[in-house]
Design a protein around this ligand. Structure first.
Ligand code: PRX
Length: 582
């Protein structure tokens, strides 16, 4: 373990970009959210993410600045200025207003990473409706559950994903409109669907934004818990304060940066940091449509002169596998700052960044519910490899015990909690206020993560406090997977756990017992894998399924995932006093 932290802390100032956050302790001591609010535009006291991210730049000095560099999968590059973004977003806002989309309606996005996605997202926010993006690797069941929970009225999709919507449409009475963005492939929307191009072609390029206030709904992302199906964590326009502030002080965005966040728009990093943080800071943002590939990613950095790069530990571990030479062969000298989020970043990953890019990788921590970064390593502060870093100024985390008392002694493990009230905090789980309320106890927001704080105030991740699985930075709720498995005619019971994996951190692993008359054959296992994959999609379905004659249960009949996991890992089984007798 490296202890000479200062040794590996890159002097960002020496690279010609003095950090926005020059003196962490001073800023933390003096922090006032009003200073940040004063840097926003907020016309007439209204708050609107689209105004802060697009209009204020389009109407001001950055109108002709490139907002989005779009690189398509075929390598073609198109640039869009802030004025272009505004014009296209306005057309969409007009089109959906004509269709009758109203303030706070839920509009879902289930698309590839193409420019129209961004135009439509900002146009929807302009209208005052709620955007709800979905991961494109979800299967129809996963999509249906989410749209149903939020009573979505519209889904915007691309031709390659349309069959998944067709499969569930009849089961979604709230879903009035399916919009297909097909013109890029020359594909028509199909009967019963709306065509993006036809909707927007003749639409006015002017639009007066809905006068949303700071507490009006803006964004919904679904996230998983131990029990129940995924919940829609809903945010308000006030969150832009957090996106802008962390974009400035953690992401360290400067006027001339070329920024790239690799997150998929279907997850919260894909909105907060792939869209809102860079654009609220008026920065040029790379949208790279393609998927992962070490060589292709490095070439994208080189081709577009990316300066600030935000990615995830699974991707970093995949880059590590591709070898340091793969990075060294390219000219990546434009990079000045690299960050990671979503899972613990091992110390080796931090240091590997130093080898590959001459830059350590800065880890930071937050959640769907927090809306923005809460704990971070900063360019001006020495990194502690393996630590999530120090609290963002204005954020008050704590380590608490089971009675919700703060543990002040250093290096003690407890639950990570946050003092509620930060601007980007979620405001509800849609249609599930009880569950929302249960996350706030003893004056704290309970994160569900376990952590420690060292004597210097750095936070260290220990693990989840629940059964939620973190696979490649994406949270999967075991219940959602179990529910689909037991729908199969052969399955009597299912228990799902996260199995440690050297690259993805965890993979989804299922244990099933079969009904009378079914045999534990490799063919049935394959069939179950196919069933889960088809229904849930590759992003959620189990990668491994084991048969058991019966699953360990408590006397009240609850499957003991903890025990399944302990047995899988060969760990002590802990307290089994509530285990059902065989
Ligand atoms: O368990 C923590 C893990 O990911 C969870 C949040 O996931 P999600 O709501 O999908 O939000 C994604 C946006 C970051 C956390 O509760 N996690 C996130 N960042 C880290 C992390 N675990 C360890 N270290 C991190 N830096």
């Amino acid at each position: 373990m490296v202890t000479d932290y200062a040794e590996i802390a890159k002097d960002v100032a020496a690279l010609g970009a003095p950090p926005n956050l020059a003196d962490y302790q001073a800023l933390r001591a003096d922090w006032n959210w009003d200073d940040i609010i004063a840097e926003l535009d907020l016309p007439g006291g209204s708050y609107n993410l689209a105004h802060e991210c697009i209009d204020r730049h389009a109407n001001g000095d950055r109108g002709d600045k490139i907002a989005m560099i779009y690189e398509a999968t075929d390598g073609e590059v198109t640039n869009y200025t802030f004025k272009d973004m505004q014009r296209e977003a306005n057309k969409w806002a007009n089109a959906i207003t004509d269709l009758g989309i109203e303030k706070a309606d839920r509009v879902f996005f289930f698309t590839d990473r193409i420019p129209e996605l961004y135009f439509a997202i900002f146009g929807t926010l302009k209208r005052g409706a709620i955007i709800a993006p979905l991961f494109s690797a979800f299967g129809p069941e996963a999509v249906m559950e989410r749209i149903r929970r939020a009573e979505g009225v519209m889904v915007v999709t691309t031709p390659n994903l349309l069959s998944k919507i067709d499969a569930i449409r009849d089961d979604l009475p709230s879903l009035e409109h399916v919009v297909v963005i097909g013109h890029r492939q020359g594909v028509e929307a199909g009967e019963g669907n709306l065509d993006y191009m036809e909707m927007t072609e003749g639409a006015s390029e002017e639009f007066e934004n809905e006068q949303t206030g700071s507490e009006d709904w803006s964004v919904m992302h679904f996230t998983s818990g131990t029990t129940g199906l995924p919940k829609g964590a809903a945010h308000v326009h006030n969150a832009v304060i957090g996106h802008y502030a962390t974009g400035k002080h953690v992401i360290d965005l400067h006027e001339d940066d070329i920024y790239w966040c690799t997150a998929d728009p279907g997850w919260v990093t894909g909105t907060s940091y792939h869209m809102f943080a860079p654009w609220s800071n008026g920065v040029t943002n790379l949208v790279y449509e393609g998927g992962f590939g070490a060589g292709r990613w490095y070439e994208a950095i080189q081709r577009h002169n990316v300066t600030v790069w935000y990615t995830a530990p699974t991707a970093i571990r995949m880059l590590m596998k591709a070898g340091v030479d793969s990075a060294r062969q390219r000219d990546l000298s434009s990079l000045r700052y690299v960050m990671s989020v979503g899972e613990p970043l091992n110390p080796e990953g931090v240091l590997w960044g130093q080898d590959a890019f001459d830059l350590p990788i800065h880890d930071n921590w937050w959640q769907t519910e927090t809306g923005a970064i809460m704990i971070a390593n900063y360019p001006s502060v020495p990194i502690r490899p393996g630590s999530m870093g120090l609290p963002f100024p204005g954020i008050e985390p704590a380590i608490i015990d089971d009675q919700f008392n703060e543990i002040t002694e250093p290096d003690q493990e407890g639950q990570l909690a946050l003092k509620p009230g930060w601007p980007s905090m979620f405001r509800t789980y849609w249609n599930d206020q009880d569950r929302y309320d249960s996350r706030f106890q003893g004056g704290w927001y309970l994160t569900g993560d376990r952590a420690k704080r060292d004597a210097d105030g750095y936070y260290w991740f220990v693990g989840r406090d629940d059964d939620v699985i973190n696979t490649a930075g994406h949270l999967v709720g075991p219940f959602e997977v179990e529910s689909v498995l037991i729908e199969h005619e052969a399955v009597a019971e299912a228990g799902v756990i996260g199995k440690p994996d050297p690259v993805a951190m965890e993979i989804v692993k299922a244990f099933v017992s079969l009904k009378e008359g079914y045999e534990q054959t490799p063919q049935l296992r394959r069939e179950l894998m196919g069933h889960a994959r088809q229904r849930l999609g590759p992003g959620v379905a189990p990668r491994e399924i084991d048969f058991l004659d019966s699953l360990p249960k408590t006397r009240s009949g609850k499957i003991m995932r903890r025990l399944l996991k302990a047995r899988e890992l060969g760990l002590p089984e802990g307290d089994t006093s509530t285990l059902e007798d065989d």
